[in-house]
Design a binder for this molecule. Structure first.
Ligand code: HPA
Length: 269
């Protein structure tokens, strides 16, 4: 595994002009950020040795290298999900590669279903903790070069990044929620009983991504910032039918504010 990661990182290094400082996983609702990147290089996932390839509609598959508001970034346009049939280890392979490329921060976005009754559709929620219900990506052979075998998880989401982000949102009068994201495998959305259960166990929102990548980034010592767009509500009395299309539609409406906030954030790192 370590050899593969090094091999992939070296393949990429030979093709880029400068090393990225920031990694960004462009989840649902952050696709528009690409238009703000002064692009230097792009590499299709198909052309990168050992890289997984995205199979989900609406998720492209390439690595984008360039500058965003003064920072050199690598953005993943298209991410991988456990429900696609990849192992949690494979999903997180790109994060390990980005670490080997030298990133100092990781930004992640996603779409999720709100189970906190105070949430509204279209809200942005800063993730300050998580509950992982997807198999752990660290299961398997341990490589010393990855970090600890048993990582501490008492403080995963970087509090400095969170407070900077909140300040930026305040300046723009953008409403922010903050809370716990629970990661599930999908691909089914939840039943009403499941939404209720997720609220009871301490979730504010439920989604099908992000946590595997965050666990790996944290193990490797990368400060993480993650944000979720609430695209539907799993709150008793407010539960409506949900579809992938609806999730994409709501997320794209929030794209403008997400893009603005993440772009400004780069200037504050
Ligand atoms: N549940 C799980 N994943 C999701 C949801 C949801 O309600 N909305 C967007 N992604």
């Amino acid at each position: 595994m370590l050899k593969q990661i090094e091999g992939t990182a070296n393949f990429i290094k030979d093709r880029i002009t400068y090393d990225p400082e920031v990694g960004i996983i462009l989840g649902t609702g952050l696709g528009g950020l690409v238009n703000e990147i002064d692009i230097n290089e792009t590499l299709s996932y198909d052309d990168i040795p050992d890289f997984p390839v995205s199979t989900v509609e609406g998720h492209h598959g390439r690595l984008i290298f360039g500058r965003l508001n003064g920072k050199s970034v690598v953005a993943m346009q298209g991410r991988f999900h456990y429900y696609e049939g990849y192992s949690a280890e494979k999903i997180t392979f790109p994060v390990r590669v980005m670490k080997f490329l030298g990133i100092k921060h990781l930004f992640v976005s996603n779409a999720s279903g709100g189970v906190n009754p105070d949430f509204e559709i279209g809200d942005l929620m800063v993730i300050n903790d998580h509950i992982n219900l997807i198999p752990n990506p660290l299961i398997g052979k341990h490589e010393k070069g990855f970090g600890p075998r048993f990582p501490d998880m008492s403080n995963v989401y970087d509090s400095n990044l969170i407070s900077t982000f909140k300040q930026i949102a305040k300046t723009h009068d953008i409403k922010l929620q903050e809370g716990v994201y629970t990661a599930v495998t999908g691909p089914t959305f939840e039943t009403p009983a499941e939404y209720k259960y997720f609220r009871i166990i301490g979730s504010d929102t439920v989604g099908m991504s992000t946590v595997p990548e965050v666990i790996v980034a944290h193990q490797m010592g990368i400060p993480v910032f993650a944000i979720s767009i609430i695209t539907d509500l799993g709150v008793p009395g407010k539960i409506m039918e949900v579809s992938h299309e609806e999730v994409q539609k709501v997320a794209s409406k929030a794209e403008k504010k997400m893009t603005l906030l993440i772009k400004e954030m780069m200037g504050k790192l």
